[in-house]
Design a binder for this molecule. Structure first.
Ligand code: ATP
Ligand code: MG
Length: 272
């Protein structure tokens, strides 16, 4: 009974946020790590310029689902993915898709800030440089400044761009540097795996504010363990449970009228 109710919840959930066509569509995605069946029949759409939050208990497949979007599982031994994942209507696993070009459309921000052990300037310039996005040094300098300004870090680091090492910054600054670095390749979609999971509340507020500012030009998928954060930033919330996407819908609806008891209990803090 519960299983059929769950299936109904998933299929009847509002798949459409607006009248725009989806940017990405996932249909019956399954993923195995060897013998571990980590994603089970996951289907959802991602719409342009939305913030979609993945929530759910530890080990339920949130990071695994996030990594499917930019093909981060490529090359990982024993990973098998079935189902269909489309970006702009094209299967992302189509042989004609060049994986590095696909990945370039995404920026990745991890839970633990992980700047390169090099200058602040190089941390940000690197992505644009390797993809040859800027014509010369002056253009690159302007791009680095733009990325740092958009990440709200420019004023704090503008006098030490070449002197300081990215790893010498505070944790919150490092995370904003990683966001500036992610913006360097001009991605359309930002994938953030618990971006505020290891920084303090003030730094968290800055990162959340930044996500809202980036939304008009980007689509953001964020994994979070903070229900408050999901409520503050997300347009829609996807609740994962034991590898299944049990519910997806507008944030207010999920937080006030979750249809599955699993999602209700998780949101109420009864497990997870
Ligand atoms: N590289 C891997 N090899 C084998 N199993 C893995 C691997 N990565 C994840 N798993 C397993 O897949 C399942 C989903 O893991 P995943 O990391 O996606 O969960 P999560 O929801 O992100 O959890 P958390 O909230 O703790 O980060 C878990 O059972 C996990 O142990
Ligand atoms: Mg995770």
């Amino acid at each position: 009974m519960q299983a059929s109710a769950d299936r109904l919840d998933q299929s009847s959930a509002p798949r459409r946020l607006s009248n725009q066509p989806p940017l990405m569509e996932l249909e019956d995605v399954n993923l195995w790590y060897g013998g571990t069946h980590a994603l089970k029949d996951v289907s959802f759409d991602l719409f342009p310029n939305e913030i979609l939050a993945f929530i759910g208990p530890s080990g339920c497949g949130k990071s695994t689902a996030l990594k499917c979007l930019n093909r981060m599982h490529d090359g990982t031994r024993d990973v098998v993915i079935t189902g269909r994942i489309e970006l702009d209507g094209t299967d992302i696993h189509d042989p004609d898709i060049d994986p590095p070009m696909h990945r370039r459309r995404f920026g990745w921000v991890a839970q633990k800030p992980n700047p390169f052990p090099m200058s602040i300037w190089r941390n940000v310039a690197y992505g644009a440089q390797i993809h040859g996005l800027m014509a010369g040094r002056a253009e690159l300098d302007a791009h680095v400044e733009d990325c740092l300004r958009r990440a709200h870090l420019w004023d704090e680091v503008k006098d030490q761009l070449h002197k300081s090492n990215g790893t010498d910054l505070s944790g919150g600054q490092q995370q904003r540097l990683c966001i500036a670095r992610a913006l360097s390749t001009k991605p359309e979609i930002l994938l953030m795996d618990e971006p505020t999971g290891s920084i303090d509340p003030i730094a968290t507020a800055k990162v959340e504010e930044l996500m809202l500012e980036l939304k008009p030009d980007h689509t953001i998928v964020v994994v979070t363990h903070s229900m408050m954060e999901a409520r503050r930033v997300a347009d829609r919330v996807a609740y994962f449970h034991l590898g299944r996407l049990l519910e997806i819908g507008p944030t207010d609806e999920i937080f006030t009228h979750a249809r599955t008891k699993e999602a209700r209990r998780f949101i109420e803090g009864k497990f997870g």
